[in-house]
Design a protein around this ligand. Structure first.
Ligand code: DQA
Length: 138
C-alpha cells in the first residue's frame, strides 16, 4: 500500500503562519511523524507540496499511489481544476483539513472537491492526516 500525501497552497508555511490555527510544527516535522506512522503500519508514503494548482493536478494525474490524502488549502474552496483532476483518476482521494473549516469564515464552508473525494476528515490538526491514512489501512 502506497499513500501520497499531497499538500496545496500555503501549506509550506505551516508552523510559521497562524500558529493558533495550524500549530507550531513545520510541514516537514509533521511529515516525519506521518512517515513514522506509515512505516509502523507497513505502508509506503510519498510527500508532495505545491503552491501551484497545475502542479497538484499533474501530480494527481501521474501518481502511482493506491490512495491520496489531500489538503488542498484554499484551493479546496474554489478550484474546479483540482476537482476535475480528482474526478479524472481512479485512485481514491481523501480530503483533509487541519482546522475545523466549518467553525471558521463562511467561504471555508464550501468545498468544491468533497463531492469527488472518498471522504473528508477535518479539525484534528496534524492528526487529520493520520486519521485519513488510517482509512486506507483498515
Ligand atoms: C486548511 C483550511 C483552508 O481553509 C485553508 O485555506 C488552508 C488550510 C486546513 O488545513 O485547515 O490553507 O486546508
Amino acid at each position: 500500500m502506497k499513500l501520497l500525501f499531497l499538500n496545496g497552497v500555503n501549506l509550506n508555511m505551516t508552523g510559521r503562519r497562524e500558529k493558533g490555527v495550524y500549530g507550531t510544527q513545520t510541514l516537514d516535522e509533521i511529515n516525519a511523524e506521518i512517515a513514522a506512522f506509515c512505516k509502523a503500519r507497513g505502508a509506503e508514503c510519498e510527500f508532495f507540496q505545491s503552491n501551484i494548482e497545475g502542479e497538484l493536478c499533474t501530480k494527481l494525474h501521474t501518481t502511482d499511489a493506491d490512495g491520496v490524502i489531500l489538503n488542498a488549502g484554499a484551493f479546496t474552496h474554489y478550484s474546479y481544476a483540482l476537482r476535475d483532476a480528482i474526478a479524472s483518476i481512479s485512485v481514491p482521494v481523501v480530503e483533509v483539513h487541519m482546522s475545523n473549516v466549518h467553525a471558521r469564515e463562511q467561504f471555508r464552508h464550501t468545498s468544491v472537491i468533497s463531492e469527488v473525494c472518498r471522504g473528508t476528515i477535518l479539525g484534528f490538526g496534524k492528526n487529520s492526516y493520520i486519521l485519513a491514512a488510517e482509512s486506507f489501512l483498515l
